[in-house]
Design a protein around this ligand. Structure first.
Ligand SMILES: [Zn+2]
Length: 375
């Protein structure tokens, strides 16, 4: 994997990650394909909307269908018919957030499956093995995502574990697969600094910031985003994990982050919350009942080119499968288009102006429950 910066506008970066399966232009948004599918989208449609990389979840794929099945069917790319880059997470986040039981041990975590309660163990060695079988282009180190709130003592102990596991992952790095380290440290600046110092000593192909958007207030989140970005090396990709609110991503790109992933555009689409150039809307609103206009007149996606708001409202209220498909196509296209615009703004050195303009549309909506937004 290669990384080169194409243009800079202050701290913002316009770069390229070059992999054997294709070039990823950054800032980049990675649609989330939890179980080997970005929900409601075919890989062909993902390419049409301009996705250059997607994310797969190690924890979910390990439990279902299981790595033996994926190995027998040729690895994750072949299994799902996606030949562009894939980044897999390490499973750490899901083990800590989904498993009904877990026990941290020296070399990993024993946990029960959220599906059938069966007992499993994943540590750095296992996470690297699973990601090898999946055959992702970028693997993530196995870490502990510190919950919020956490005491200083808890966070301090936790980053020691994350560092130890990061070292084990590095020792088991798979050939031909890039490996990113994950900075933790909770909301404590000195622990964040310590965490990245440890990771830099080990040395990774890219660096991620985890443990953000875990329930903390927006101000604290933005503080950590702005504080951590400059601590990451300039010559490697910088990935802010799990952040997908457009206002938050503007703040993060502004600080110098390159990569993002989130279920927000896809999950919201299925819930009828759609992103448009004039803000979020809930498609179920009465006012759209006989509205012939497209969802977003400024959007060139398949949905906006062919269907009216009135029809999309009807599909949603009738719980038709097509509603999820058309809404997801639009939301993901909107996100990819937003990133295209961010990249141009950085190239043309007008990101500050771009950010101010879009913050007026999306900057203050982050904490609003998507199910009630716009109603
Ligand atoms: Zn559209």
């Amino acid at each position: 994997m290669d990384f080169r910066i194409i243009a800079q506008d202050g701290s913002r970066r316009r770069a390229e990650i070059i992999t054997s399966r294709g070039v990823i232009r950054t800032p980049a948004f990675m649609p989330v394909g939890t179980l080997g599918t970005v929900k409601a989208m075919s890989p062909e449609e993902l390419k049409d909307i301009g996705a250059e990389i997607i994310l797969g979840n190690t924890y979910h794929l390990y439990l279902r269908p299981g790595i033996d099945v994926i190995a027998a069917l040729g690895g994750l790319h072949t299994f799902m018919n996606w030949d562009k880059p894939i980044l897999t997470d390490s499973g750490g986040f899901q083990v800590f957030s989904l498993a009904p039981f877990r026990k941290i041990e020296e070399h990993g975590v024993q946990f029960r499956s959220h599906i059938d309660g069966s007992l499993h163990f994943i540590g750095p060695k296992e996470a690297m093995h699973i990601q090898k079988v999946l055959g992702s282009d970028i693997a993530m180190a196995f870490d502990e995502c510190i919950p919020y709130p956490a005491t200083y003592e808890y966070a301090e102990d936790s980053i020691k574990i994350t560092t130890r596991w990061a070292r084990e992952c590095k020792a088991h790095q798979n050939e031909g697969q890039a490996l990113f380290g994950i900075m933790q440290g909770g909301m404590f600046r000195d622990l964040r600094r310590k965490s990245i110092e440890d990771l830099l000593e080990i040395g990774f192909d890219g660096y991620a910031v985890g443990g953000v958007s875990v329930g903390e207030p927006k101000e604290e989140m933005h503080d950590i985003i702005s504080f951590t970005a400059p601590l990451l090396p300039v010559d490697k990709p910088r990935y802010l994990m799990g952040i997908g609110d457009l206002g938050d991503m503007l703040t993060a790109v502004d600080a110098g982050f390159d990569m993002f992933d989130c279920v927000m555009p896809t999950r919201n689409a299925r819930n009828g919350t759609l992103f448009t150039s004039s803000g979020r809307i809930s498609i179920k609103r009465e006012e759209f009942k006989i509205d012939k206009s497209p969802l977003d007149p400024d959007c060139g996606c398949h949905t906006c080119r062919n269907y009216s708001r009135g029809y999309l409202r009807h599909l949603f209220l009738s719980r038709e499968i097509l509603s999820m498909r058309l809404n997801t196509i639009h939301n993901l296209h909107f996100y990819q288009d937003f990133f295209r615009k961010m990249r141009s703004a950085i190239e043309e050195k007008r990101f500050g102006e771009f950010k101010r303009q879009w913050e007026g549309v999306f900057g203050h909506e982050g904490n609003v429950d998507p199910t009630i937004t716009g109603v």
